[in-house]
Design a protein around this ligand. Structure first.
Ligand code: 5GP
Ligand code: ZN
Length: 116
């Protein structure tokens, strides 16, 4: 279920400390160390899944839970109605650097489209 070499699994297990802002029995959400917006939170399943390419049918709920958590964090941060961005990168071309699936929740400013 967890990968001993995975940074985000270490946040999930508590072996390393993260600035956790929200958690359930299925997900944790913590502040990104290099924020790209006034609020930049990473939302990860407690289960280790390396990337979108590794998802299986049995992971539907794991991924759905990430979006439900994003909604709650946005509400608590106060920008639900203004709007916010939720992004998941997959592999090198998209800039994925940590191979434990995670949603980036960015809010508190206006975003342009398309992203760079
Ligand atoms: P990715 O590039 O894989 O989509 O996103 C990985 C994110 O993890 C990056 O935004 C990066 O700033 C963040 N990150 C990398 N190392 C750490 C860390 O040690 N702590 C926290 N809180 N975030 C990290
Ligand atoms: Zn992991």
């Amino acid at each position: 279920m967890s990968d001993t070499d995975c940074l985000f699994c270490k946040f999930v297990s508590g072996e390393l400390n993260a600035d956790i802002v929200y958690e359930t029995d299925k997900v944790i959400a913590f502040r990104d160390i290099n924020p790209q917006a006034p609020t930049h939170v990473l939302i990860v399943p407690r289960k280790h899944i390396a990337s979108i390419n590794d998802l299986t049918d049995s992971d539907r709920e794991e991924i759905g839970n990430l979006y439900l958590a994003a909604k709650e964090v946005a509400k608590e941060a106060g920008f639900s109605e203004d709007g916010y961005r939720v992004v998941m990168n997959c592999n090198a071309a998209a800039g994925q650097t940590v191979f434990h699936v995670h949603l980036h929740l960015l809010g508190g400013r206006t975003f342009s489209w398309p992203p760079g």
